[in-house]
Every structure is written in C-alpha cells, then in structure tokens.
Write a protein that binds this ligand. Structure first.
Ligand SMILES: *[C@@H]1O[C@H](CO)[C@@H](O)[C@H](O)[C@H]1NC(C)=O
Ligand SMILES: *[C@@H]1O[C@H](CO)[C@@H](O)[C@H](O)[C@H]1NC(C)=O
Ligand SMILES: *[C@@H]1O[C@H](CO)[C@@H](O)[C@H](O)[C@H]1NC(C)=O
Ligand SMILES: *[C@@H]1O[C@H](CO)[C@@H](O)[C@H](O)[C@H]1NC(C)=O
Ligand SMILES: *[C@@H]1O[C@H](CO)[C@@H](O)[C@H](O)[C@H]1NC(C)=O
Ligand SMILES: *[C@@H]1O[C@H](CO)[C@@H](O)[C@H](O)[C@H]1NC(C)=O
Ligand SMILES: *[C@@H]1O[C@H](CO)[C@@H](O)[C@H](O)[C@H]1NC(C)=O
Ligand SMILES: *[C@@H]1O[C@H](CO)[C@@H](O)[C@H](O)[C@H]1NC(C)=O
Length: 907
C-alpha cells in the first residue's frame, strides 16, 4: 500500500476512535448499576456512553470516569453500590444529598487515585472504614455533617498527602489517634493544614504527641467534644497555627505558658472548660484578633495588660473571676466586642474616647458603680445587674444591648417587581430562582456582624470563586448573619443564575462543590461548610416560599416589604440542620452535656415516635390537615383518647436541641382558654414534633373566605376579635415570662366547635426580656402583610408589633380580604376608603358584602377606629392589647344594643 494512503487511513481510523469514544466497559457497568440503585439521578444518564454523551455530574479522561460530582442534586440511595469500582476516580463529591443514607464500605479502598472526597451534609452512617487509610493520593477529605459513628480510624494517619481533614458534626467517639509501633495516627499527618474534629463525642486527652515542629497545621478545631486532661504544652511547637478551638470540652488544670509561643494564632477559644490556675497571659501574641476564655475556673485576677493587645477585635471572658476596675485603655480602637459579664469587676467604668463607634460591651452581673463618658453615648453597653443599675434605673446602658439589625448584602436598589412563583428578585433586578442555603464559618476574626466590610468581603470572595470556575452565576445575596450556639457564624446565601430562570442540575452541583471544596481563602473568615436547601424540590413549592415571592406588588407599604422579600424568605427557612447530626435527645437524659437538663414541663407529655406514628396511621395523607414551611400537620387520636394536631417538623426546619427544648418549655407553661395549648411533644428518631389540642373548626382565615363552609356574621366576628384579643393579652400581660407572638394572623387564629377563638402557633415567639442571646438573636420574623413596619425598620421588637398584626386581623374581619389583595395593601385601602368619604363609614365600599347593610352593624365605626389605631405607624400610638380587649367589649355592648333595637323594630 502507498504509505501516504496508509497514513491517511490511520488518521481516519484515529478520528473515528475519538468521535465514538467508548466509555470503559467497567466504568459503564458501575454507572449502570448506580443508575438502577439510586433515585433522582440526572435525566440525561441515558445510553451506553457516559463519557461520550456527557452524562451530567461525570468527567472523563479518555475513556475513564475521573470525576463524579452529584452535589445538591437531591439524589438518594441506601447503598453507594459499586462506586468504589470506578478505579480511576480522582474527584468524588456527593455533598448535600441527605437522601444518601449509606455506609461507607471498606471497598472504598479501591479508589486508589482519588485526591478529593467530599461527602458534606449527607446521611452517611456507620463507622469510617479503616481501609480509608489506603487512599494514598487523598488531599481533601470532607466527611463533615453526617452520622458517622465509632472511632477516628488511626489509618487516616497513612494519608500523608492529606491537607484537609474535616470530620465535624458526626458522632465519632474514642480518642484522637496517635501513632505507636503498630499503628498510624494523626501525628503522622505532618502536611495537613486542617484538623476539623469539632462537634463529635471524642474523649480522652489531647495527646501531647499529636503536635510536633514538623507539622503544618493552620486550623486545629476540636471544640464541642468530651476531651479531658490538660492542654499539652507541645501545642506551642506548631508555629503555623492560626485558629485554635478547644472550647466546650472538659479540659482541666493550668493553661501551659507555651501556648503563647503561637505567634500567628489569630483566633483562640478556650471557653467552656474547667481550666484553673492564673488567667493565661497572652502577652506577645500579637496576631490575636479573637479570644474567648469564658466559663473557666481561673484564679481571681485583675484585668491583665494583654487585654489591650492592639489587634484584638473580640475579647470574651464571661465568668472568669475577673476583679477590680477596668482600665480605659482596654477600649482601644480596633475592639468590636468586649464581654466581661458575670465577673467581679467594680469601681468606675471609663470607656475613654478612643473606642469604635459601634463597640459592643457586655458587663452584666458585675459590681460597677459608676460610668463616665467623655464622648457621647454611641456604643452598645449593657451594665444590667451592676450597682449602677439598681432598682428602677432607666439609663439605656441598664438594658439589653441593641439588637443586631439583620443586614444583607448587597443592599436592594431594584424598583419593585412582581416575580412569579418560586422566583426572587436578584441584586441585578432579575426574577430568577436562586439556589439557597446556609454557609457556616467555624471561625472568623471579627464581631461586628453588620459591618458591610465583612459582608462585602465574603460576597466578593464567593463571586470571584464562581467566576474563576466559570459558573453561570449572575449575582449573590448574603444576609442574616447570626452566631449559633457553637459560635459558628451562619449566613443565608442566595445564588442567582445568570441567563436562565433556573440553574441546571449540574450548575447547582458545581456551585456546591466549589463552595465546599473551599479552594479559596477569605479575609476575616476561617473554614466553612455549606448546607443547601434542596434546590430541586423547591419546584414542589413550599408554601412559605410561595407566600413570600408570589405576592403581587403595589402601594408604598408593600414596596419595602417586597424590597425585603429576599431577606425575608430567609427567616422563614430552616434552622441549622445540626440537630440532625447531633441527636442530643439522649443528652437530656443522663450523660450528655450539650443540651443541659431535662426540659421543665408543666402538663405536657413526652410522646414516643411509635405512638404518634400509630395514631396518625403512619403519617398518612388522609390524616394530614395542613402544611407549611415548618412541615406537616396531622390529626390523630392519642392512646389517652385526646384528639390532637401533630406538627411534624420537616428535616429542613429542625431546630437545635436547646432551641427545641426552650420552645416546649415555653409552650408548656401557656394555659388560657383563648390560646391553643401544647399537649405533648416528641423528640426521637431525629424527629421534632409538637402535639397540640385539636381545634375542630379550622382557621379564622378559612372561616372568613367561606372555605370552611359558612360565613361568620357580625356578632360572631366581634366574638372572635374579643377571644383572640384576650389570648394575645394573656401572652403579653399574664404569661410568665411574657411572650411576644410575632406571627399573629388569621391563619393562626383557630375556632373550636363552639366558635371560640384560640391563638395558635408560637413558632416565632420570643420571650420578653429574654437576653440570653443578647443582640444576635433578634431577627425580623413574621408574615408578609401582617408585619409591623416599625419593627421591620428598627428591629426593635415590642408587644406593639403584635398589636399591629392584630389590627390587620381586625381589618380582615371587616373585609374578609387578605392583607395583600390584588396587589393592594389592606391598610392603605381602608385608609383611602375612609379618606374619600371623610367618614369612618366610608369603609362600606370594601366591607365584606356578606355582613349585610353596614347601617345594621352596631359599633362598626368604633371597630374601624380601633383597627386603624392598631395599625398606626408608630408603636407608641397604638393601644395596648388590654385596651383593645376593653374596646371590643364596649363595641359588643353597642352591637347587642343595636340588635335589640333592630329586633324591636322588626317585631
Ligand atoms: C469537569 O470538567 C469540566 C469541564 O472540563 C471542568 O470545568 C470541571 O472542573 C471538571 N470537574 C472536575 C471535578 O474535575
Ligand atoms: C492512577 O494511579 C496509578 C497507580 O495507582 C497511576 O499509575 C496512574 O498514573 C494514576 N492515574 C492518574 C490519571 O493519575
Ligand atoms: C497504615 O500504615 C500502617 C503502618 O504505618 C500499616 O500497618 C497499615 O496497614 C496501613 N493501613 C492502611 C489501611 O493502609
Ligand atoms: C497502637 O494504637 C492503636 C490504635 O491507635 C491501639 O489499638 C493499639 O493498642 C496501640 N498499640 C500499642 C502497642 O500501644
Ligand atoms: C515549652 O516551651 C519551653 C520554652 O519555650 C520549651 O523549653 C519547652 O520544651 C516547651 N515544652 C514543650 C512540651 O514543648
Ligand atoms: C474593687 O475590688 C477590689 C478587689 O476585689 C478591691 O480591692 C477594691 O477595693 C474594690 N474597689 C472598689 C472601688 O470597690
Ligand atoms: C461618678 O463619676 C463622676 C465623674 O467622675 C462623678 O462626678 C460622680 O460623682 C460619680 N458618681 C458616683 C455615684 O460616684
Ligand atoms: C468595618 O470593618 C472594617 C474592617 O475591620 C473596618 O476597617 C471598618 O472601620 C469597620 N467599619 C465600621 C463602621 O466599624
């Protein structure tokens, strides 16, 4: 053959090979097996050539599958099947699929080439297999936020290339493994930069052998375990450390002076241990930004000179036996937050004139007798329970510090717009369906959560990571910074798609893996993880989401509500899903410590999961009587014969153990005939359920719209108004402690078989005077249309916010309209109707026609006036609930009188 022709043929043959590149038959078989065993895989997983036909979530090199990324795709399985047989796999990320309830098989060792294994926020269970130590190429191992049990396998110490080890939020127990003659240990991981072992049940000492000069550790996080013994002096040899979190363990004895060798540490937590001896002297640790040593048993001590370290932004030394006077040079310009509550500090507090204008100082429970200010009062200072604030003092430094206003970034500058269902206005003013979730920072170096600089820094870092990875992201919105009970900093994250209305599944997946792989650093912020809100099921429409974004626009009042819609959607969303991993229910019993003691309940039963399952016929559809952002509500009959409504929190709305406990303790104390009472609760099998008395006649809303089958007449409406006003008054004035409902609306007022009204749903309740979480806990909560504009703008929550919402309910009773009806806000409509005629009776134009002639409605004018006084712009102009009750009583007297007149005329 002519050599030229032969060459042509070879070239041709090669091209054919490339075009029809066949996936390796072994890899194809594995993927087909996965396809048959998993639910909800990408729909384009079709045909017999995954590599050639670009199956979503798969990357190939030549014919072999080298990456599998199914993050946040909502896939589910009980068995990861043959994935370990994808022997050329280098990158595996299954994060944020809590339907993956599998064990990690020991065959995982077959992934010999794997460098990156990310399984964040799934439901993996069982032990971490020892064979994981065979994955010699592993650089990044993220197993956090699962339900792994058993010990940390010592073989992890064989992974000498490992840079990142994250086992946070599992149920791992036993010691931190270190090497000996026969086994490996974490001390061998001299290249590793990240040990994140927090929120497990690790016990035993922190082994001194763990640390050596050879190490490269930057982040050492072992907080929230059960570690005991002393802090080893050898930690001082690891000169690379930047973040050290040893808090919430049972560490004892004196803090070794060697700790101060750590010249590069910027974040140091020793809080919530049983450390003794002198307060550690941190002089010379000039990189320190954030220090928390609260709740230890140090010797009595004056304020130390290192408290004035120039870089400190945050110093938290609650309950540490500090005494004497606070020198004014502690208040240096960098400081953002100083918490020295529950100490023995005395004398005069002089904050000097060099402090930051938004400084937060908490000095509650000390012995301070005087306060001087040369500078005007612009800091947030709390001196409650000091002699200076004794009895009846009204100085503003004698009350809880100012609440942290929930901020978002970037701020909204869009004109009002009507986005369809499930869509939200992006910062670039486009209606799209954002991918949402919560981002958690295990450490951070600042405290002023609403400083825009920190928001902007995070924003820019994420945007540039998305740009760098060429992801189709238009913009992001970051909001609602809060500190959770573990001092992790959480933000809500909205990520908006660039061109289409929705992200594709693979875009969602790529975004998830870029964030959780965290191949970028962010100034001021430490390591993070990201848990999403299941993008793919938002299409199924959670009713809250629909409420928020599906509302038509119009009118000034609505404008700012819509402007805040994005922010607002967030508050309705789930709490941290940590409860899932850390089932602390057991710890209400004998041994645990994280949730404190058994809840103090009055007349509230502890129901078993089995009982509730049985009485709702296995939570069957037929028994479902409602659904909301929180979860489903089922009707059932308890073994005791009580008919009950069972609120079952969906996975996404689970609260932390402490929050759940607080809520049921609170609810169990509420007993009033106009308030729905809690009968029991269940906290088992990772479930949180609240069991309420069953109220047979449905919500006020249904009764007003005619959905419940009958229309309420005027007298019945007045009775409903009176009953519910009494219920709210009870919460404000008689409950101990007083409660602000925060979500009064016609959907939360239920009618029983005698048409008595009862106020329901304290999911958002806040104790009056609850200062345990201080300024960080207050978030704007409520329902669009009922929310007090003053509360929204100032974040100052008072009972008057409930009065506002109650006023809206009164307007609903008059008009039978939703607060936002065809894009119009009820308050404005009523105002306009009255203004036009110059007469409160002008309301007749929008009065519910089924009420009949307005002339026959006794007390109508007074009722209208009452409603309008409740929705005054300024809380101080609104009546108290007790006044509202009395006014409604007098309206009822008028109505009865006019009935009498009417009937006397008729007969
Ligand atoms: C998969 O391939 C795409 C396109 O080449 C690339 O952008 C992405 O980074 C790859 N993903 C992984 C995990 O390797
Ligand atoms: C996979 O690992 C083998 C050895 O285990 C090595 O020869 C090969 O080059 C690796 N493949 C890739 C793509 O890194
Ligand atoms: C880890 O290394 C030790 C020796 O240091 C060896 O005995 C053990 O088999 C290795 N484990 C794995 C899973 O590779
Ligand atoms: C070595 O360590 C392993 C686990 O870390 C432990 O099971 C074993 O008993 C130890 N061996 C010796 C000789 O201490
Ligand atoms: C503690 O520090 C001192 C002096 O800096 C040093 O001599 C000693 O070896 C250190 N101890 C440990 C256990 O590293
Ligand atoms: C403050 O407390 C210290 C130590 O307890 C004590 O010596 C001092 O006299 C007190 N000062 C004042 C002004 O009470
Ligand atoms: C508080 O301090 C100021 C300024 O030093 C002083 O004038 C005042 O008398 C002090 N008050 C008390 C009660 O000691
Ligand atoms: C916000 O934080 C930055 C960075 O720490 C700081 O420079 C700036 O002064 C802060 N702004 C305010 C208003 O405190």
């Amino acid at each position: 053959m002519n050599p030229r022709i032969r060459l042509c043929l070879i070239v041709f043959w090669c091209q054919v090979m490339v075009i029809t590149a066949v996936t390796d038959p072994n890899d194809l078989a594995v993927l087909n097996a996965v396809k048959s065993g998993w639910q909800n895989l990408p729909t384009n997983w079709k045909g017999s050539d995954p590599c050639g036909s670009n199956w979503e979530g798969i990357n190939c090199t030549n014919t072999r599958v080298t990456a599998l990324v199914l993050a946040g795709m909502g896939v589910a399985t009980d068995d990861i099947g043959d994935i370990p047989s994808l022997s050329m796999l280098q990158y595996l990320d299954l994060s944020n699929n809590n339907g993956i309830k599998a064990i990690l098989p020991s065959s995982i060792q077959n992934l010999k080439n794997i460098t990156t294994l990310i399984l964040v926020g799934c439901s993996f269970r069982g032990p971490i297999p020892d064979s994981i130590g065979s994955l010699k190429q592993l650089v990044f191992l993220g197993l956090n936020n699962n339900s792994f049990i058993g010990p940390i396998p010592p073989s992890i110490g064989n992974l000498t290339k490992l840079l990142w080890l994250d086992l946070t939020y599992n149920q791992l127990s036993g010691p931190i493994p270190i090497s000996n003659d026969t086994a490996s240990g974490l001390d061998n991981l001299v290249n590793a930069q990240h040990f994140h072992l927090a929120n497990n049940q690790l016990s035993g000492p922190i082994p001194p052998e763990l640390f050596s000069v050879n190490m490269s550790l930057i982040h050492f996080l072992v907080n929230n375990n059960q570690l005991s013994g002393t802090i080893p002096a050898s930690i001082g040899t690891v000169q690379t450390l930047e973040v050290v979190r040893l808090d919430s363990n049972s560490l004892t004895k004196v803090v070794p002076q060697n700790l101060t060798n750590l010249q590069t540490v910027s974040v140091l937590y020793l809080s919530n241990n049983q450390l003794t001896g002198p307060v550690p002297d941190l002089s010379g640790m000039n990189s320190l930004l954030y220090v928390d040593m609260s709740n230890n048993s140090f010797d009595n001590s004056d304020i130390l000179t290192w408290f004035t370290l120039p870089s400190l932004t945050t110093l938290l030394m609650e309950m540490t036996q500090l005494q004497g006077e606070i020198p004014s040079n502690v208040f240096q310009p960098q400081l953002e937050k100083l918490v020295l509550s529950n100490n023995l500090l005395n004398g005069t507090l002089d904050v000097g004139n060099n402090y930051k204008s938004d400084l937060i100082v908490d000095l509650t429970n000390n012995s301070i007798t005087n306060f001087t200010q040369n500078f005007g009062y612009n800091l947030s200072l709390n001196l409650d329970n000091n002699p200076i604030c004794k009895a009846g003092s009204t100085e503003r430094y004698c009350a809880t510090g100012k609440p942290n206003p929930p901020t978002g970034f970037p701020s909204n500058t869009c004109p009002p717009a009507h986005c369809g269902s499930n869509k939200v206005l992006s910062p670039n003013c486009k209606c799209t369906c954002p991918y949402t979730g919560t981002i958690y920072f295990l450490s951070y170096s600042f405290s002023n959560l609403d400083n825009t600089t920190y928001y902007a820094t995070l924003h820019d870092a994420l945007i540039s990571a998305f740009r760098f990875n060429q992801l189709p992201v238009d913009s992001i919105y970051i909001s609602n910074a809060i500190l959770d009970e573990y001092n992790y900093l959480q933000y809500r994250l909205h990520i908006f798609p660039s061109s289409e209305d929705y992200f594709t599944r693979s875009a969602v997946s790529s975004i998830g893996t870029v964030i959780n792989r965290q191949n970028f650093s962010i100034p001021y912020y430490g390591p993070l993880f990201f848990l999403d809100d299941s993008y793919l099921s938002t299409g199924k429409k959670s009713s809250n989401h629909g409420n928020v974004v599906g509302v038509a626009v119009g009118g000034f009042v609505i404008l700012f509500l819509i402007v805040s819609a994005i922010t607002y959607a967030i508050y309705q969303k789930r709490k941290a899903s940590k409860a899932k991993q850390n089932s602390p229910f057991e710890s209400w019993g004998a041994n645990g410590s994280d949730a404190g003691s058994v809840p103090q309940l009055k007349g509230t039963r502890w129901c078993t999961f089995e009982e509730l399952k049985r009485c709702t016929n296995n939570f069957s559809e037929e028994n479902m009587i409602g659904t909301g952002g929180y979860g489903q509500v089922y009707k059932g009959t308890l073994d005791t014969g009580h008919v009950v409504a069972i609120k079952r929190a969906q996975q996404r709305s689970l609260q932390g153990a402490q929050e759940f406990k607080t809520e049921i303790e609170l609810l169990s104390r509420i007993h009033h005939k106009n308030v729905v009472s809690l009968v029991g609760f269940c906290y088992e099998h990772g479930e949180q359920m609240l069991v309420y008395e069953y109220i047979s006649n449905g919500t006020l809303k249904d009764n007003l719209t005619g959905k419940a089958g009958m229309k309420l007449n005027w007298m019945k409406r007045l009775k409903v108004a009176l009953d519910s006003a009494k219920g709210v008054t009870y919460l404000h004035e008689l409950a101990n402690p007083p409660i602000i409902h925060r979500d009064i609306k016609s959907n939360n007022i239920l009618l029983d078989e005698h048409m008595n009204a009862k106020v329901a749903d304290f999911g958002l309740s806040k104790l009056l005077g609850d200062e345990s979480k201080g300024y960080v806990s207050t978030q704007v909560k409520g329902t669009l249309g009922y929310m007090d504009p003053e509360y929204y703008m100032t974040q100052q929550l008072t009972e008057k916010s409930d009065v506002y919402s109650f006023g809206i309910v009164l307007l609903e009773l008059l008009t039978s309209r939703s607060p936002i009806h065809k894009g119009k806000y009820i308050v404005r409509e009523v105002k306009e109707a009255i203004d036009k005629s110059g007469d409160p009776n002008g309301i007749y134009t929008i009065l519910d026609p089924s009420l009949g002639s307005f002339q026959t409605l006794g007390g109508l004018t007074k009722f209208v006036n009452l409603a309008m006084s409740c929705v005054q712009d300024s809380g101080s102009d609104r009546p108290k609930m007790g006044d509202v009750v009395r006014e409604i009583e007098s309206i009822i007297d008028l109505a009865v009188l006019s009935l009498d007149v009417e009937s006397s005329l008729t007969f």
